[in-house]
Design a protein around this ligand. Structure first.
Ligand code: ADQ
Length: 462
């Protein structure tokens, strides 16, 4: 059996058994555990100089991690991956910073990863590389003579060519993307953006089956919408019902209904607009004043990037304004927490919430939307309010789909959700749950790996 090799910026912790890790880490760990494999990534440490990988073995999995120098981390992670590619792929051209030196650093770290990974590879390993940090990694590995099957999955959106071409040196980046045997995207929209780019820039073409030829190479591209470990989440939420923490939450609400938002503190998630929409709901539907509490959980993320610090200040302003204006001595309309919680706690909080607010301005998929649905009580499910610009909206049309830029529309959707009859809530939830049971994190892993395995590597050169 071929060994699976996964590369991602951060690996799951070798010691973490999945209680705290995100759904993706749990899914990948499961895939590796089953077949046996290697997980390669950044150790999370900064060092004076490049170092050999540290290897830990946990069950069937070898974890190999390397540190980065401060300069590499700055150029590669802070400036290029998160300061250039992240805003670009989330359609925020105004936030993009670009410098040639950061891009050089991005390529340099990709070469470093290739150099450290190549000696650990066996000839029949299949390699699965994750996300925008590592688009050039296949090219770097090929330059070292690695002939293995290499696949890539982009967790974030691929923007339309009008936006992608605003990136200096976009051709080189897309040429690097085309060096993979298989390129996976979250949705059909992302796949279309890829094929449109090839055509509009006259660098290649993709056929209906996803076979593309570009920059002198053949490869395959397809949409693989990521899912969650649905049954595990159902079980977690069920177990959380009677947990002391869920009870404490319920007691603290004093019979009020709960609206919940859970996101990394990121400008792509539309949290300020969401705050404003909650304010709009209290303004235009005064019957909810004093009867509903909105809890926004948003752990600090990428605090080293200025835009993220600015967002934090903006949100603190919103919470103060809404609570100052609408709060009562015994009711704060908004609870705002910059903390991460164990998955069981989150599952219990989701289940306690009558409304799940997931309103990103752009999102590759958004797993919180799926977790919220999976955590609901089938007898009395809550309502998901979901941005049309989250990949998840494609597979969960039974949610209340909103335009995340239209705060009044979200405000009305919150009202609609809070007043929706039980029968309608059940029908919408059942439709979403059927989808979540069919497309899980396990089926996603399996679909990608078997597609990569099926590729005819003799046809690489165009
Ligand atoms: P993210 O942008 O991180 O992921 P998302 O898909 O919502 O967004 O995943 C976040 C994960 O972190 C969820 O599993 C959630 O439960 C967890 N999480 C969030 N806040 C938490 C908290 N306070 N405590 C504990 N856990 C918390 C990127 C892309 C997405 C894509 C995923 C997976 O941006 O579009 O869905 O990758 O492909």
């Amino acid at each position: 059996m071929a060994r699976l090799v996964i590369v991602s910026n951060r690996t799951a912790s070798p010691r973490d058994r999945g209680t705290r890790a995100g759904g993706l880490a749990v899914g990948l760990r499961e895939a590796l555990q089953k077949e046996g494999g290697l997980w390669f990534g950044w150790s999370g440490e900064l060092s004076e100089a490049a170092a050999e990988p540290k290897i830990h073995e946990a069950g069937n999995i070898l974890f190999a991690t390397i540190p980065l120098t401060a300069a590499d981390h700055d150029d590669f992670y802070v400036h290029y991956a998160n300061g250039t590619l992240w805003p670009l792929c989330h359609y925020r051209l105004g936030l993009i910073e670009f410098s040639r030196s950061a891009y050089e650093g991005y390529l340099r770290v990709n070469r470093l990863f290739a150099e450290r990974l190549a000696p650990l590879l066996r000839p029949d390993d299949i390699i699965w590389i994750h996300d925008y940090h590592f688009i050039p990694l296949a090219s770097a590995l090929r330059a070292l003579g690695v002939a293995n099957r290499i696949g890539f999955f982009l967790h974030i959106p691929l923007p339309a060519p009008e936006v992608l071409t605003a990136l200096p040196r976009h051709r080189r980046l897309v040429a690097d993307l085309c060096a993979y045997d298989l390129v996976g995207f979250q949705t059909a929209d992302d796949l279309r953006a890829f094929s449109s780019y090839l055509e509009e820039e006259r660098v290649g073409a993709m056929d209906r089956d996803g076979a593309f030829q570009a920059f002198g190479r053949h490869g395959m591209a397809a949409a693989f919408p990521i899912g969650i470990d649905t049954q595990a989440f159902v079980d977690l939420a069920q177990a959380a019902v009677d947990s002391p923490q869920t009870r404490r939450l319920a007691d603290s609400l004093g019979g009020r209904r709960l609206v919940i938002g859970v996101d990394r503190l990121d400008y792509s998630k539309g949290i300020p607009q969401r705050m404003e929409s909650f304010q709009a709901a209290l303004e235009s539907h005064p019957e909810h004043r004093g009867r509903v509490t909105y809890m926004q959980i948003a752990p600090i993320s990428r605090g080293e990037v200025e835009q993220y610090r600015a967002l934090r200040r903006e949100l603190e302003g919103w919470v103060g304004r809404i609570n100052g204006r609408f709060g009562e001595f015994d009711w704060a309309p908004v609870r705002y927490l910059n903390k991460a919680f164990p998955r069981q706690s989150l599952a219990g909080f989701y289940r306690a919430a009558a409304v799940g607010l997931v309103t990103p301005l752009r999102d590759g998929m958004n797993l919180v939307a799926k977790e919220y649905v999976a955590a609901q009580d089938p007898e009395n499910p809550g309502v998901l309010v979901l941005s049309r610009f989250a990949g998840a909206a494609r597979s969960l049309p039974q949610a209340l789909i909103v335009n995340p830029f239209d705060v009044e529309e979200i405000g009305d959707a919150i009202h609609l959700a809070l007043t929706m009859p039980l029968e309608e809530r059940r029908a919408r939830w059942a439709g979403m749950m059927a989808e979540l049971r069919t497309n899980t994190i396990q089926s996603w892993c399996q679909a990608f790996v078997s597609r990569l395995n099926a590729i005819d590597t003799n046809r690489r050169a165009a």
